[in-house]
Design a protein. Structure first.
Length: 135
C-alpha cells in the first residue's frame, strides 16, 4: 500500500522556512510603511517651502535672524492646507533668515508623529536638501 502524505519532519521544515522569511520581511515592511508616512510630511513641507519663496518674492527680504518669520496666514496657507492623515500644522515648524539675492534662507522642521518609528525630525533647507535628526 502506497501513502502520499508529508511527514512531520517535512511539514516542520517548511514551517521553519516560512517563519524565517516572515521574520526577515516584517522589519523591511515596517520601514517601507514609515517611509510612505514621511512622504506625506515631506510633501507638506514642500508646500510650505514654496509659500515661503513666494512670500519673499512678494515682500522682498525678510528681517535679519528670523525677525520677520511669516506665520501660516502670512504665507497664504490655512491649517487645512497642512493637514494629512499622519501630519497636521502642529508637526511643522519653520524659520527664515535674511534673503540673499532674493533667495530666502529657511529651514522647515517636521516632527515625528507617534505612529512613526524614526527618525525624530526631518529638516528641509532652502537648497532642497533633506536631513534627519534624532534626539
Amino acid at each position: 500500500m502506497k501513502k502520499n502524505a508529508f511527514t512531520l519532519v517535512e511539514l516542520l521544515t517548511v514551517l521553519a522556512i516560512v517563519a524565517i522569511l516572515a521574520a526577515a520581511v516584517i522589519p523591511i515592511m515596517h520601514a517601507r510603511v514609515d517611509a510612505a508616512k514621511w512622504s506625506e510630511g515631506k510633501a507638506v513641507a514642500g508646500t510650505i517651502a514654496q509659500a515661503i519663496r513666494l512670500y519673499c518674492l512678494d515682500r522682498g527680504m525678510v528681517g535679519p535672524y528670523g525677525e520677520d518669520i511669516p506665520d501660516i496666514n502670512a504665507l497664504g496657507l490655512s491649517p487645512s492646507d497642512l493637514k494629512g492623515r499622519y501630519f497636521n500644522i502642529n508637526y511643522f515648524n519653520w524659520y527664515t533668515d535674511i534673503s540673499v539675492n532674493m533667495t530666502p534662507i529657511y529651514r522647515i522642521t517636521i516632527k515625528k508623529p507617534p505612529s512613526i518609528a524614526s527618525p525624530d525630525r526631518i529638516i528641509l533647507n532652502e537648497d532642497g536638501v533633506w536631513s534627519e535628526e534624532n534626539d
